[in-house]
Design a binder for this molecule. Structure first.
Ligand code: ATP
Length: 551
């Protein structure tokens, strides 16, 4: 296996490849995209090598064997304080979850990273925060009251309850292949009332964040003086009365979405399409699915040129979103882009792609990329009698949403947890290899010697670091125990104050993934930690390497 570099528009992109013999020829075969930074790419390549095993041919299969089950992950999350069943002392409630301290920190870090990448670092996307309950006419106009319906079925043989799409009728039970009994259509919107005095107004908890973007569209566009193409982003709670919530956070009744409605003029070209030249992904389009073929690794730009991905905006956003996950440490081999079959598209969609992830229960939708065209803005214009037209190149137009990247925070949470969960044979311990930017706790500080002089240094370091980072101070238990406690919750760096710290005015920092240690001056500790978290410096270059005994 070897690393290759592609330079596009002056930027370097690194890939992992291997040589395979095809009769007399030796071909190189794609394994993974490794990111833009050389050192980071080398680290990732090393990680993938470890995961695959150097002699492993069928890496997809090998990878599946390594993942833990979704129930094991749920148990781990509860044990370590990430996620609990909601109101568990009363038996919980299906489809509702509470996030503990570490889970809240991780979730917030995911949202912060998403916001930075999609809003802060761009000039063409602004953000709103719409209300959860709004005028019910919004849902009439959007079609959610009439068309947002699922079909409830119960298996006649094993009693398994699920929802299916109309086109899947009659279908077979996914558990036992038994016959389904149709229980009729249901609308998954939660209904509640506004106003304490009867008759009150019947309202809905929003089933998606998108609609508030459409209703506020004109105000936002005018206030931010946006010109096409532009996007409006939103992070917020959505509610769906799912028939059978299951698989931990994967399908819940209350969840959070991170969405962008990206507006363009009709047939407006994507000016960023060249960026897709740097991205290769497993592609599973309608043709491949209908012909029962396996998905293929393709360059996204080539797939667009060959009209496999027909729309340049789809190609662009699929690449961008995939890159976001990979840049935060997700495993590239666990993703694929799948086109919806004609019969499975939503009521508003023209062409839809999903970014799918290889969850322990199989390949499932992680993020949807619907093409909603001008459906929503036109509907709101008709129902509200308010013009949704804006100026574009001297004409009044209703913009189109050719691509709407829509991601569940909890599904992203699962991806990052699953891709970081390792059992280290040598350490006999779980090591949660979360990207430092996502890790709930950035550093743990330990005095090795229980004496006031050492504890004072530790206190001062903690006070200084806490101004900028989430750090913890841990002085109980053996040093090994303290390391393993932090490995398990994904703390990337452990700082120890040892016998020579007072004299040398330095401390050791241990890297979670390699267990290597460096010595760093106390006065530089905040700068070093910041650079490490932001991947501006590699670990061994951040201080003086400590030669530790190999256990
Ligand atoms: P599914 O087919 O899995 O029900 P969907 O196609 O209805 O999902 P969308 O309406 O496209 O989902 O929602 C966008 C994103 O919101 C999904 O890709 C997913 O990440 C998230 N999401 C949707 N429903 C749920 C849910 N019940 N629990 C958790 N996340 C969800």
């Amino acid at each position: 296996m070897f690393i290759t570099k592609k330079t596009i528009n002056g930027k370097d992109y690194f890939y992992f490849q291997k040589s395979v013999r095809d009769k007399d020829k030796v071909k190189s075969e794609y394994i993974a995209y490794l990111g833009k930074d050389k050192e980071e790419a080398e680290k990732k390549a090393e990680l993938i090598k470890q995961q695959l095993g150097s002699k492993e041919k069928n890496y997809q299969k090998k990878l599946q064997q390594m993942t833990i089950s979704i129930d094991e992950l749920a148990a781990f999350c509860k044990r370590k304080g990430f996620v609990y069943p909601s109101g568990e002392i009363y038996g919980g409630l299906a489809g509702f979850w509470d996030f503990g301290h570490l889970g809240t920190l991780l979730e917030n870090n995911i949202k912060t990273e998403w916001r930075e990448y999609h809003v802060q670092e761009r000039d063409d996307i602004v953000e709103i925060d719409g209300s959860i309950i709004t005028n019910p006419k919004v849902w009439e106009a959007s079609g959610h009251i009439s068309s947002f319906v699922d079909l409830a079925v119960i298996c006649k043989k094993c009693g398994y309850k699920t929802k299916i799409d109309k086109h899947e009728i009659p279908g077979r039970c996914e558990k036992c292949q038994g016959e389904y009994e149709n229980q009729g259509e249901f609308n998954p919107m939660f209904v509640t009332e506004v106003g304490p005095i009867k008759p009150s107004v019947e309202v809905y908890l929003r089933p998606e964040t998108a609609q508030l973007i459409f209703t506020d569209f004109k105000l936002v566009q005018e206030n931010a003086r946006l010109k096409l193409p532009f996007g409006i982003a939103q992070i917020g709670k959505s509610f769906r009365n799912e028939l059978s919530p299951r698989e931990f956070l994967f399908r819940s009744r209350e969840f959070e979405q991170m969405e962008i409605e990206y507006f363009t003029a009709l047939n407006q070209k994507c000016p960023y399409i060249e960026e897709t030249k740097a991205v290769d992904i497993l592609i599973y389009n309608e043709d491949i699915q209908k012909n029962n073929k396996a998905p293929e690794f393709m360059n996204v730009y080539d797939a667009w040129k060959k009209r496999i991905i027909k729309n340049d905006w789809h190609a662009y956003w699929l690449s961008k979103e995939y890159e976001w996950f990979i840049s935060l440490g997700a495993n590239p081999l666990n993703f694929r882009a799948r086109q919806h079959l004609a019969e499975e598209k939503s009521h508003y969609a023209i062409d839809t792609w999903d970014l799918e992830y290889n969850f322990p229960m199989g390949w499932r939708e992680l993020q949807g990329f619907a093409n909603r065209a001008d459906y929503d803005l036109k509907q709101h214009q008709n129902f509200s009698k308010t013009s949704m037209e804006i100026e574009h190149e001297g004409k009044k137009v209703i913009p189109h949403v050719v691509c709407e990247p829509s991601l569940g925070v909890e599904r992203a949470f699962l991806v990052f947890m699953l891709d970081s969960y390792f059992y280290d044979e040598k350490r006999k311990n779980i090591v949660l290899k979360l990207h430092p930017k996502l890790a709930p706790i950035k550093a743990a500080v330990f005095p090795i010697i229980k004496k006031p002089e050492y504890e004072k240094i530790s206190d001062d370091i903690v006070i200084k670091l806490k101004k900028e980072f989430n750090v913890i101070y841990d002085k109980s238990g053996s040093i090994g125990r303290r390391y393993s406690r932090n490995d398990e919750i994904g703390t990337p760096y452990c700082i120890t104050i040892d016998d020579i710290s007072p004299k040398q005015e330095d401390v050791t920092i241990r890297d979670r993934d390699t267990t290597e240690q460096i010595r760093v001056k106390i006065k530089n500790i905040d700068n070093v930690l910041r650079k490490l978290i932001n991947e501006e410096i590699s670990f061994l270059k951040a201080g003086k390497k400590v030669e530790t005994r190999v256990k």
